[in-house]
Write a protein that binds this ligand. Sequence first.
Ligand code: XIL
Length: 369
Amino acid sequence: MKLDRRGFLAAGAAAALLRPGVAQAVSPLNLGADAADRGIVFGSAFDREIFDDTAYAALLRAQCRIGSLENSLKFDWLKPTGNVADFSASDRLVDFAVESGIRPRGTALIWNDWLPDWLKWTTVLERRSIMEKHIDEVVGRYAGRVQSWDVVNEPFFPPHGIDGGYRKGLWLDAMGPDYIIHAFKRAAAADPKAQLVLNEAFCEQDDELGKSIRPLLLNEVKRLQDAGVKLDAIGFEAHLRPELPYDDQAFVAYVAEIAALGVDVMITELDVNDSHMPDDEAERDAQVAARVHDFLGAVLQVPRVTTVITWHLSDRYSWYRGADWYADQVRAGGGTPGRPVRSHLYDDQLQPKAAAFAARDALKASGPH
Ligand code: XIL
């Protein structure tokens, strides 16, 4: 077997881990290379677990060409107790990515959710300068290394009942919907070369929520462009929920409409919520794989879909694992709460599941991007 440099490094790192009882990171797949063959960038979210889990780090290195820091660049993780950032973890994570040939991505620079308590006690006037300082120091610190940012995350949530369907929160309170424009302009100034992304949830769903957000987001792209904002891409999270209505071709038509406005499109957080699937693992794996295959096969029809990122590569670090709301969903779906999550491409032992092969097949079947 002939290995290129990346493969050699990955194999070496994995070989170092071959101890009895320790899961091996050797995979028969190379999703990063298969995607690259089609002009697509493939990767995954990751975070501090890689400091200790060398097998998982090796798997990420072997499969990913891009990687989103799952949490460590979020406002509440950088500044949990006050307006002074602790970059110690994010610095290490960005270094790991760069050294591994994984392009690091930052998320979520400005998000109305998950803000620390101390921010609530600031005045509306103070908050605008807090946002500006945050963007300057975080984007500026990683300029040239973090090449892509979700500048604003999840701008819309119509159930909040706010004019324009915007997600409520402290940034919106302080600046109105123009917080989005200010954030993008500030980020572009802090790193003119970074890819600036507006990231949104739910649009893949053909239910009331998904269908209500789609036109709002489309109009937001136009609003930002009219305001002279540098907007490089729209990110669709794709935490797929197959128990809800979906229509991949309708979504593809929408993605094509977004792309026609002159922005790239990224799938930023792909996973398949398996909460409403049966307890039987083989059955669940088959259903998750089918959904991955069909969804990717559909969206990759749009040439401007440049990037596919999974929200963790392995069930070992699933964000569903241990979440109360996910246990409630499993219960509602008639399953046994506490059963292992099977939502991701690799299993808990870091072995590829049917979903990983399904992703490979969809990538290989894609036209050039
Ligand atoms: C999630 C992380 O995975 C969790 O660990 C954290 O507790 C909350 O955030 N949409 C997003 C991501 O844009 O940033 C979220 O990540 C998942 C939903």
